[in-house]
Design a protein around this ligand. Structure first.
Ligand code: ADP
Ligand code: MG
Length: 643
C-alpha cells in the first residue's frame, strides 16, 4: 500500500460535491436556499437542457460586497455560522459554506452581485480547482449565480444524468419544496426559453398550495387545527381521505421551514388516516412543524433532508393529535361526483342569494321555540302517493308510524353546529313551500329542506335529507363502522371479554396445520377477550368452544369464522398484537353488520343515522371505504340545469 498523504483541496471538494450535488435539482436547491437566506422576495430560475447546459438563479436579496464575493467559492466560507453554539441552533437554510465551492468544482460557475447600498457590483468566476479574482461590473441589486456544464469534469456523474425531461421534473419538484414554505416569495421557472412555472407572491400557504397543486385539490384542503402550548407546533393543510393518491409524492413535511423526509412524521400521518381510507393509498398533506432549533439536529445529512429529533416521541404525538383533531372535526363525507362538465362555478348572484337565505334561516331558528312542532306536513313527502313507490322500498316488518318519522332527527352536517335551538331537522321543516304542502310555489328556488323521512333503497342504501342536500348511506359500511367503534370502546374500557359469548353445545371442529395450531395458541388470550375460545381437539384438529353472541346471532358459522382468523394470522405473521386485534375487529364488524339486501325497519334506519353523527371516523368504514356520499343542492341544480 502507498504511503498516507493528505488529499488535495480540489479532490476534497469533488468528494464533497459528490455528496451534496447529485443532479441539477441539487444545484437548484442550494442556489435557491442561498437566495432565501439572503432575504429575496423574488427568485427566477432559468434552466437549459434539464440543467445540464445551464442553471441560473437570480434573486433580489441582500447581495454581497466585493470582499464577501471573493470568498464565496472558498470551501467552508459562510456568513451563517460563527461558532459551535450556532451549529445547534441553526435558523438559516445553509450553514456549511460548502455548496458554492462544491458546485464550482464540478462546473463553470459565475456569480454577479450587488448590494443595494453599493454603487457598483462585482463578478467572480470559478471552475474545477481554479477561482478567478473578483472584477467590478454593472449589476442590478441582488445576486445571479450561473452554473454551466455541470459535471463536465466528472464523466461518471455526467453519464448518470437522465433526460432533460426527467431532470426538469426533479427541478420542478425541488422548487415546490422550496416554494411551499415561502409563499411570500415569488418564483419563476424557465426551461429552454419557456416559462413553465410562475408563482406570484402569495398571502398564505393555502394560496401557494393552490398555485402549485391546482385549485381543484386545493379547495378540498383542510387547515390543520392549531393546538396550544407545547414545544412542537404543527400547522399546514391536509386533504380529505377521498383525495388520497397512489404515491407518497404528495406528502410534504417541513421542519422549521426546511423540507424533510422523516419516517416518524410519515408514520404519524398514516396513523391519523387509518380507517378513513384505503390503506394502500397515500393522504395528501403539507405539514409544517416548528420546534426549537436546539431540539433538532439538521446536520445529519449533507443535503439536510434527514433530521434527528431530540424527542421524536413528542413530535410524533403532537403531530398525530393535531391531525386526528383536524380529521375528526372535518366533514369527510365525499360529494357525489356528477358529470363534471356540467359544473361551472356558481355565479356571485347565486352565492349572494344563498347567503341571504342562510341568514334568513338562522334568524328564523333564533326566533322559533325549538321544542314545539312548528309545522305539520301531513303525509311526509317521501311517502307521498305520487312521489313514486320505487323510492320507498317496503320495510320487512310492520310499517313504522308516522310519528316515528316526524320525531326523527335528520343528521346535521358534522362540522356544522346544530341550528340554534336544537336539531336542524325540526327547523328545516318550517317552510310552507314543499311539494307535499302543495303551495305550488316551490319553483321559486327555496333551499329549505323538508323533513322527509329517510328511505331505504333496494334494501342496501339509505337516502336522507341534510342541510346541503341529500346524503346516501351504504348501510353495511356504516353499520360496520359503528360496530367496530363499539367493539374498540369496549376493549378500551377494559372489559375482560369485550363481547358476550356463548358456549357452543356442540363444539365446531376444524382441521388445522401444526403451524396454525401454534399460531392459535399464541393468540388464545386475544381471542378470549373477543369471546372466542378454541381448544385442541385430537390430532390436527381444534374445536371452537365459545363464540361471540354478536356473530352467532348473525348466522356466522364458527368454523368459517375461525378459518378467516387463521388466514389473518398467516398474513399477519410479522405484525404486532395491535395490528392483529385491529384485523380481527374489522372482520367481526364486517360479519356482524347488516348486509346489502337486508331490509331495515324505520327504527333501525333512525338509529343508524343518529349514531352516524356521533361516530368517530363515521364517514368511512374500518377498511377506509366511504359510508356516506353527499349530493348537494348545488349539484342537483346543475344537473337539472336550473342555474
Ligand atoms: P452556506 O449557504 O452554507 O453559507 P454557500 O456555499 O451556499 O454556503 O454560500 C457561501 C456564502 O455565500 C453564504 O454564506 C453567503 O454569505 C454567500 N451567498 C451565497 N449565495 C448568496 C446569495 N444569493 N445572496 C447573498 N449571499 C450569498
Ligand atoms: Mg448555501
Amino acid at each position: 500500500m502507498a504511503a498516507i498523504h493528505v488529499l488535495s483541496r480540489h479532490l476534497v471538494n469533488k468528494i464533497a460535491a459528490g455528496e451534496v450535488i447529485e443532479r441539477p435539482a441539487s444545484v437548484v436547491k442550494e442556489l435557491v436556499e442561498n437566495a432565501l437566506d439572503a432575504g429575496a422576495t423574488r427568485i427566477d430560475v432559468t434552466i437549459e437542457d434539464g440543467g445540464k447546459r445551464l442553471i441560473a438563479v437570480s434573486d433580489d436579496g441582500s447581495g454581497m460586497s466585493g470582499e464577501d464575493l471573493a470568498l464565496a467559492f472558498t470551501p467552508h466560507a459562510t456568513s451563517k455560522l460563527a461558532d459551535e453554539d450556532d451549529l445547534f441552533a441553526i435558523a438559516t437554510m445553509g450553514f456549511r459554506g460548502e455548496a458554492l465551492a462544491s458546485v464550482a468544482s464540478v462546473s463553470h460557475a459565475h456569480i454577479r452581485t450587488r448590494r443595494r447600498e453599493d454603487d457598483g457590483g462585482h463578478e467572480i468566476a470559478a471552475s474545477d480547482d481554479h477561482i478567478e479574482p473578483i472584477r467590478p461590473c454593472p449589476s442590478g441589486a441582488g445576486t445571479t449565480v450561473t452554473i454551466r456544464d455541470l459535471f463536465f469534469n466528472t464523466p461518471a456523474r455526467r453519464k448518470f444524468m437522465r433526460t432533460a425531461n426527467t431532470e426538469i421534473g426533479h427541478i420542478s419538484e425541488q422548487l415546490t419544496r422550496l416554494a411551499l414554505p415561502h409563499p411570500q416569495v415569488a418564483f419563476t421557472l424557465t426551461h429552454n426559453g419557456r416559462q413553465t412555472q410562475n408563482l406570484p407572491a402569495a398571502a398564505s400557504t393555502a394560496q401557494r398550495a393552490a398555485d402549485l397543486l391546482g385549485r381543484e385539490l386545493a379547495e378540498t384542503l383542510l387547515p390543520i387545527r392549531p393546538r396550544g402550548g407545547g414545544t412542537v407546533q404543527v400547522a399546514g393543510l391536509v386533504a380529505p381521505p377521498t383525495a388520497a393518491r397512489g404515491s407518497a409524492k404528495w406528502q410534504y413535511f417541513f421542519l422549521n421551514g426546511r423540507y424533510v423526509r422523516d419516517r416518524v412524521l410519515a408514520h404519524a400521518l398514516r396513523e391519523a388516516y387509518r380507517g378513513l381510507m384505503d390503506p394502500s393509498r397515500y393522504p395528501v398533506a403539507m405539514v409544517f412543524l416548528r420546534v426549537d432549533p436546539g431540539d433538532v439536529d439538521v446536520n445529519v445529512h449533507p443535503t439536510k433532508i434527514e433530521v434527528r429529533f431530540r424527542d421524536s416521541q413528542a413530535v410524533y404525538g403532537e403531530l398525530l393529535a393535531a391531525l386526528k383533531e383536524t380529521l375528526n372535526k372535518a366533514n369527510l363525507t365525499p360529494n357525489l361526483e356528477l358529470d363534471a362538465r356540467e359544473g361551472d362555478r356558481p355565479s356571485d348572484a347565486d352565492e349572494q342569494r344563498r347567503a341571504s337565505l342562510r341568514e334568513a334561516m338562522a334568524d328564523f331558528f333564533k326566533s322559533a321555540p325549538p321544542t314545539q312542532p312548528r309545522f305539520n306536513f301531513g303525509e311526509p313527502p317521501g311517502r307521498h302517493a305520487d312521489v313514486g313507490d320505487e323510492l320507498t322500498a317496503p320495510h320487512a316488518t310492520a310499517p313504522p308510524s308516522l310519528a316515528a318519522f316526524r320525531a326523527r332527527p335528520t343528521p346535521p352536517h358534522r362540522d356544522e353546529p346544530p341550528a340554534p335551538g336544537g336539531e336542524w331537522a325540526s327547523g328545516e321543516s318550517v317552510t310552507s313551500c314543499t311539494p307535499a304542502s302543495g303551495c305550488g310555489t316551490h319553483e321559486s328556488e327555496q333551499a329549505f329542506v323538508p323533513a322527509i323521512p329517510a328511505v331505504q333503497i333496494h334494501n342496501s342504501y339509505i337516502a336522507a335529507a341534510c342541510p346541503e342536500g341529500l346524503i346516501i348511506v351504504d348501510q353495511h359500511a356504516l353499520h360496520e363502522r359503528l360496530i367496530y367503534n363499539d367493539l374498540r370502546r369496549r376493549l378500551a374500557d377494559g372489559e375482560s371479554t369485550a363481547l358476550t359469548s356463548q358456549r357452543l353445545l356442540i363444539p365446531e371442529t376444524l382441521t388445522v396445520t401444526a403451524a396454525e395450531a401454534a399460531a392459535l395458541e399464541q393468540c388464545a388470550g386475544l381471542l378470549a377477550r373477543l369471546g372466542i375460545e378454541v381448544a385442541p381437539f385430537g390430532p390436527a384438529t381444534v374445536a371452537v368452544q365459545r363464540f361471540p353472541a354478536l356473530l352467532a346471532g348473525r348466522g356466522t358459522a364458527p368454523d368459517e369464522f375461525l378459518r378467516g382468523v387463521l388466514d389473518t394470522l398467516a398474513d399477519d405473521e410479522t405484525a404486532d398484537g395491535e395490528r392483529l386485534l385491529e384485523d380481527l375487529l374489522e372482520m367481526m364488524a364486517c360479519k356482524a353488520a347488516v348486509k346489502a339486501g337486508d331490509p331495515l325497519t324505520a327504527e333501525e334506519i333512525d338509529s343508524l343515522l343518529a349514531r352516524r353523527q356521533q361516530a368517530e371516523k363515521g364517514s368511512s368504514c374500518p377498511h377506509g371505504r366511504p359510508t356516506t356520499l353527499k349530493l348537494t343542492l348545488r349539484d342537483l341544480e346543475k344537473q337539472f340545469k336550473r342555474t
